[in-house]
Design a binder for this molecule. Structure first.
Ligand SMILES: [Zn+2]
Ligand SMILES: [Zn+2]
Ligand SMILES: [Zn+2]
Length: 88
């Protein structure tokens, strides 16, 4: 039983995720664009040249938190919930 091979798999050993187009790796393993911050090997966010930690995408608005904000939210998962419960 051979599955269709329309998409390439990530070439990282043991990884079964499909690779990004024009890349040999999945997003998790560096497929797609890399963050341009020096020494950073995290893949950049969509429509950004940086990863979340370096300013790509939206970050949690809670002071000191460096996690990425969830879409449609200004906070990460953890702080989003806290803010909601405290915002009375
Ligand atoms: Zn992978
Ligand atoms: Zn980065
Ligand atoms: Zn946060």
């Amino acid at each position: 039983m051979e599955k269709k091979r329309n998409a390439k798999r990530c070439t990282v050993e043991g990884c079964t995720t499909f690779a990004r187009s024009l890349s040999q790796h999945c997003v998790k393993h560096g497929g797609g664009k890399f963050c341009i911050s020096e020494g950073c090997k995290t893949s950049a966010r969509h429509q950004s040249e940086y990863c979340v930690a370096h300013g790509g995408g939206k970050r949690c608005q809670t002071e000191g938190c460096k996690k990425g904000a969830r879409s449609k939210s200004d906070h990460c998962v953890k702080h989003g919930k806290e803010i909601v419960s405290l915002d009375l």
